[in-house]
Design a protein. Structure first.
Length: 628
């Protein structure tokens, strides 16, 4: 991207530029002394940020925590992602994100720490891999900026300290990007096979969202890999094979397992993994329906799918802005400038290949999130964080190298100023939180932008050349101080429920704290803990069932799945369970029951229970004893 060294597109690379970059990056003799200590400091700071007071969030999302608890008790529940150890019904996602915490819980015991620790470690690993990927192309300074920006993105700190599937999804995608970049520089089918396998694992984590980066990864490799077109196509086919091998092997196990010995697939109408993939978790998310929101949503169309109104600027909106957009203006400026300044570079140019990969990742994923009208939550935006951070690191480093040219200094100053201005806008959305911080960022932004334009990096102070170092520090503060402060505020507090948001506790940005379930009453928990049946109870809605499982340590059937609308169990299935003495109680109100979720539960079962069994009140719930 350095305009001083760009080559015309029709110039054939001598040894490939990418390979030359790799050799330079691997040369220990030329490595500055600060590189390794700085990288170690970045990883240590990230670990501290993500691990400090981790258990303040308790079990985080009780829905997934209950599934982890089930996995510590039953291998079948672990394999299929069952919400309960009795294996009645699954969570409404594939199970991959549950495997590691469940295995950890089997070894060290189920607890808040074993549920959340894997997520934090995934965050540290994602930062380290992004650092390595960017460093190989644009040098260690660019890697540090990219890794630091990812660690200091609020939604990243939120999700790497929480137990939703997004932490594992993000790590898989970053690792796949790293593998593709390795293969672009020095084509090896093994790296592409690994990239495909990682995408397959991403699919088993969050279904079709794991495929959103595939166009960018494929295009970058097809365009820039340092080998013939035939081998590039062959390697892409190998990558597809990796996807099929990982995702397909699980699908094969799922399909070949009789429905009588595995849990019902939640979110589907006919107990089908494919229906969940293409329906509720697929096209339903894009277009609405299939159990998702959509059709304009509530609030006059302003709450479409829980993420605010659709449109080009959705990622800057009140719902998403504080989560992900702190460095987004800088990333977009870096991407546009990078393509312009590298327009005459060789096909195999490593910097432009990275821009294709990370830029394509950003644009495709952001466009999907911006215009989908089904269910979407602001924390989904963590999937954008690695691409934004990588573009920021590459752009800042490459523009800095070309700062001798006025046009480059203008772009760099614009990047700094735009970042500072947008940080002030975001901070102004919560006017009561650190109001002085906005003025400090304005000060740093003006100082850095003017300093870049005037070439302050060449100035000397008392005969010593401190200008460059001072300008870099001020620029980092201007671009990163607002987002970093919001990130620290996010990590400083616990988060629970199904739709967590970032920022200080006083912030209303995002607007969706907390979860759907209420806390379990002590009397009800004690009642269920005394049961010895396969399932202690059945109640409408998975959130309610999960809370009861965690509180009592027993298995609870989620009637109707996540929102009470799944056709499981049927009335006949439920009658068989009762006849076999497998369920002790039917719980209504407070902890679930009729209307416990948007689907309203199964009215036929509710009516049959009310007609045939006596009830009592426990806490704020009506409890039917399923024995006459």
């Amino acid at each position: 991207m350095n305009p001083q060294t760009s080559k015309p597109l029709d110039v054939q690379p001598q040894p490939a530029a990418a390979e030359a970059v790799l050799k330079r990056g691997r040369s220990a003799a030329k490595r500055p002394l600060w590189v390794r200590p700085s990288a170690a400091g970045l990883f240590l700071a990230t670990a501290l940020l993500y691990l400090w007071n981790l258990t303040s969030s308790g079990y985080g999302n009780s829905f997934y925590a209950a599934a982890v608890q089930a996995g510590t008790k039953s291998w079948t529940a672990l394999l299929f992602g069952s919400l309960d150890a009795g294996n009645a019904i699954t969570v409404d996602k594939p199970p991959a994100s549950l495997w590691l915490p469940a295995l950890l819980g089997r070894v060290f015991g189920f607890s808040s720490f074993t549920v959340l620790l894997p997520q934090a470690l995934m965050g540290v690993a994602a930062v380290a891999l992004l650092y390595a990927a960017v460093k190989r192309v644009s040098g260690p300074a660019a890697g540090l900026i990219a890794g630091g920006a990812l660690a200091a993105t609020p939604v990243a700190a939120l999700m790497f300290r929480f137990n939703n599937p997004d932490a594992m999804l993000t790590l898989c995608l970053v690792a796949a990007g790293y593998a593709v970049l390795r293969s672009i520089a020095k084509p090896r089918w093994q790296w592409m096979a690994l990239a495909g396998a990682l995408i397959g694992l991403a699919f088993l984590t969050k279904m079709l969202q794991g495929f959103l980066t595939v166009p960018a990864l494929g295009l970058a490799y097809l365009w820039a890999a340092n080998t013939s077109l035939g081998r590039r196509i062959a390697h892409l086919l190998v990558a597809i094979g990796g996807v099929v091998a990982v995702a397909g092997s699980y699908l094969l196990v799922f399909q070949l397992t009789p429905t009588s010995v595995r849990p019902y697939m939640a979110g589907s109408e006919n107990n089908s993994f494919w229906e969940l993939t293409l329906g509720y978790n697929g096209l339903g998310r894009i277009f609405g329906g299939q159990g998702n929101g959509g059709g304009g949503g509530g609030m006059g169309g302003q709450n479409t799918g829980f993420g605010g109104a659709t449109g080009l600027f959705r990622m800057f909106s009140t719902a998403f802005g504080g989560e992900i957009s702190w460095y987004l203006p800088a990333a977009l400026i870096a991407l546009i400038a990078g393509f312009w300044f590298s327009r005459r570079a060789a096909r195999t140019d490593a910097v432009r290949a990275s821009l294709l990969l990370w830029g394509g990742w950003l644009l495709v994923t952001a466009a999907t999130f911006s215009f989908m009208s089904g269910t979407i939550h602001p924390y989904y935006a963590v999937a954008l964080a690695p691409a934004i951070a990588a573009l920021l690191g590459i752009g800042a480093a490459e523009l800095w190298r070309g700062r001798a040219m006025l046009s480059v200094r203008i772009v760099l100053a614009l990047l700094i100023a735009a970042s500072a201005i947008w940080s002030v806008v975001l901070l102004s959305r919560d006017a009561n939180w650190l109001p002085w911080l906005k003025y400090l960022i304005i000060f740093f932004g003006v100082l850095a932008a003017v300093g870049v334009l005037l070439g302050a990096d060449r100035w000397r102070i008392a005969g010593l050349k401190f200008g460059a170092s001072a300008l870099i520090i001020v620029s980092v503060f201007a671009v990163g101080l607002g987002g970093a402060a919001w990130t620290v505020a996010t990590a400083a507090q616990g988060h629970t429920g199904s739709i967590p948001t970032s920022g200080p506790s006083s912030s209303g940005m995002g607007g969706f704290g907390g979860g759907m379930a209420t806390s379990s009453s002590t009397a009800l928990s004690q009642l269920l803990a005394k049961t010895d049946t396969k399932w202690s109870a059945i109640t409408s809605g998975a959130s309610s069932a999960a809370e009861l499982e965690l509180a009592s340590g027993t298995s609870v059937i989620a009637l109707g799945g996540w929102n009470g609308g799944d056709p499981y169990p049927s009335l006949e299935q439920f009658k068989t369970m009762v006849a076999n003495g497998e369920v002790s109680y039917f719980i209504v109100g407070g902890q679930g029951g009729f209307g416990g979720g948007p689907g309203g539960g199964n009215s036929a079962i509710a009516s049959w229970v009310a007609e045939n069994f006596s009830s009592s009140t426990v806490g704020n719930s009506t409890v039917y004893a399923l024995s006459k």
